[in-house]
Ligand binder design. Structure first.
Ligand SMILES: [Zn+2]
Length: 613
């Protein structure tokens, strides 16, 4: 009965409630310092005009792996822009980004921008140097049936409102399939945030993309907040830096998903999915700015970094005399045209080298002794180099970057709630079906907030009328995979959290239905109690490796039965790294999972009145 319980989905539906109001926004501008072409930080201070000096001789060293010779690249996203719950994107995030001279990918929803009259806000954010990426027309789960409208038509509408045609797509709920990724490509997008998350953790297999352009439409990423992150074993203040350190260690590209940024002390529950506070965000931007100053990180917009991966490998460059000449004969060099950093060395160790292309200055930076980065678009022609005796922009290796944070010994040290007892209701499902996954779950008691999730995504789960009440209905046909519906104790899926149910004896629920399966689990379900001790680090637990959970195999009958399972009567894990555990960790509960065999041909089960007793 080997199966892993997993379901990390972002963008819970509570984020999308329309209100027709237009709002103020910050306006940025200018790109002679590189900001605006999606890439380089705004320098602290303007510099004097060049005092020409002889460099002796210039020589070509390399085309830098990442812009400015940085060790790694990083891109941030703010999803659901224009939704009225996330005005913090334009009102808080964009001003903070401007303060640090940093750019990001902003992912609006067409319908929300239309309804709330926010196209000018989107245009202003683009003018400030940010990239507008598509987050679909109306934010449903993307399917082959709705892709024409939600993907292609959305791009067409966006392109009427922005200067740079849309080239990047962000899937609502981070839900995608090979077919819908193909639809995104067919609609003219170069990239998509659609990497498989199930094979990543926060340690040996972090979600970091390579420097080579191998996965433009399936880019790996990590999600804020912590309980949806692969770094659930790190404190919130650390998990953002860990992702960046992992990119630096691998010379790769890290993508970070955010939604809104909210004022400190304001109500997070009403401001979209998993907002980050202004002070947490500001601290992160300061870290990124320091990493840039130190020359180890380039924070750029998603399409600019994507293009850079291609242009770096497709374009050529050489130096003769005081001229950089580009080889743009490879069609990809033109298709993915973007400024790339050519590293040149000088005979004289001058403080600065300036450069112009077509008479216009291009960005240069001293990377080290006798070593300079010259950043220019290969398709715009030769670059003329000039040595200067006065200082310019340079990498400062002495900048202190906080070391890579260490994980907590257990997620329980990061987020833990102890039940007082006497209030065991977890869910009676007596609410609007659209509020199935709402957070916090209004039915929970005694400090619990947990909501529902399921896997695989093709399983159908909803609240359905039954008699004069409502129940949860869970069904699937020919899923050919282990399937499960999961009720968390805390958060969207219990990842990264611990609930102490020491005051309770066991779990109880009502169930009915049918399960057709060709194995011994025909007519049966596996009820698992997921704890931080049995859940893998891959999915927000403490466990190194993977293993089974404490569980009970139950019969599912056409008529309603009430099932009571004392914690003490749970069956020990039967596979993997957890077979040595003797008792369920009642103080580290994460979720209850109702699982169906991967050999099942069909199942249709109703569950109700889940409680601790
Ligand atoms: Zn979204």
């Amino acid at each position: 009965m080997r199966r892993a319980i997993r379901s990390l989905r972002a963008c819970a539906p509570a984020a999308i409630l329309c209100a027709a109001t237009a709002c103020g926004s910050s306006r940025g501008g200018g790109d002679d310092d590189g900001v605006g072409d999606g890439g380089v930080f705004a320098p602290d201070a303007a510099i004097e005009a060049c005092a020409p000096a002889s460099a002796g001789a210039f020589a070509f060293a390399e085309i830098a792996t990442w812009r400015d010779g940085a060790t790694a690249a990083y891109s941030m996203f703010h999803d659901d822009m224009c939704g009225p719950a996330v005005y913090g994107i334009q009102d808080v995030a964009v001003p903070l980004l401007a303060q640090h001279g940093i750019v990001a990918g902003l992912a609006p929803i067409v319908e929300q921008c239309e309804l709330n009259g926010l196209w000018d806000v989107v245009a202003a954010a683009e003018a400030a140097g940010h990239e507008i990426v598509s987050h679909s027309y109306s934010h449903p789960e993307i399917s082959t049936a709705n892709a024409a409208h939600e993907v292609a038509e959305a791009k067409a509408v966006f392109d009427q409102h922005v200067v740079n045609p849309i080239t990047f797509f962000v899937f609502p709920y981070d839900y995608f399939t090979p077919e819908t990724i193909a639809a995104v490509s067919a609609a003219g997008h170069l990239g998509a945030r659609a990497g498989n998350r199930d094979d990543n953790d926060g340690f040996e297999q972090p979600p970091i993309n390579p420097a080579t352009p191998t996965n433009d439409l399936a880019l790996e990423f990590d999600v804020w907040p912590r309980s949806y992150s692969k770094y659930a074993l790190f404190f919130p203040a650390d998990m953002l830096a860990v992702h960046v350190h992992n990119a630096i260690e691998r010379g790769g590209w890290a993508l970070r998903e955010f939604h809104s940024v909210i004022a400190d002390g304001s109500d997070a529950a009403t401001q979209g999915f998993g907002p980050i506070t202004a002070s947490e965000y500001d601290a992160h931007l300061a870290f990124l700015a320091a990493a840039w100053k130190k020359g180890v990180l380039w924070t750029g917009t998603p399409s600019t970094v994507l293009r850079y991966r291609h242009a770096r490998t497709a374009c050529g460059a050489s130096v003769a005399g005081e001229t950089i000449t580009f080889d743009t004969s490879n069609p990809d060099c033109v298709k993915y045209a973007t400024p790339i950093t050519v590293v040149v060395t000088t005979q004289e160790d001058l403080p600065r080298v300036d450069a112009t292309q077509g008479g216009e200055p291009v960005w240069t930076r001293k990377l080290g002794p006798n070593r300079f980065g010259v950043t220019a678009d290969p398709t715009r022609g030769d670059v003329a180099l000039t040595g200067c005796s006065n200082p310019g922009y340079e990498v400062d290796p002495s900048v202190a970057l906080p070391p890579k944070p260490a994980p907590a010994a257990s997620v329980c040290l990061i987020e833990s709630v102890a039940g007082q007892g006497g209030a065991g209701r977890m869910d009676d499902l007596e609410r609007d079906p659209a509020m199935l996954q709402v957070l916090p779950n209004p039915s929970q008691q005694d400090g619990r907030t947990g909501s529902w999730s399921w896997y695989p995504q093709a399983a159908e789960v909803d609240i359905t009328p039954e008699g004069d009440g409502r129940v949860l209905r869970y069904r699937g046909t020919a899923l050919a995979a282990w399937s499960g519906v999961t009720l968390a104790f805390l958060g969207g899926n219990g990842a990264g959290t611990c609930y102490d149910a020491g005051a309770y004896t066991g779990i109880r629920f009502r169930i009915k239905g049918s399960v057709s399966s060709s194995d011994t689990l025909n007519g049966k379900m596996v009820v698992s109690v997921v704890t931080a001790k049995t859940q893998s680090r891959l999915y927000g637990g403490d466990l190194m490796g993977e293993g089974g959970h404490f569980h009970k195999v139950i019969d599912v009958t056409p008529g309603w039965t009430t099932v009571s399972i004392p914690f003490a009567e749970l069956t020990r894990p039967s596979w993997g790294a957890t077979t040595g555990l003797s008792a369920v960790a009642k103080d580290a509960l994460q979720a209850i999972d109702w699982g169906v065999s991967n050999m099942a041909t069909s199942f249709d089960v109703s569950i109700d009145d889940i409680e601790l007793y």
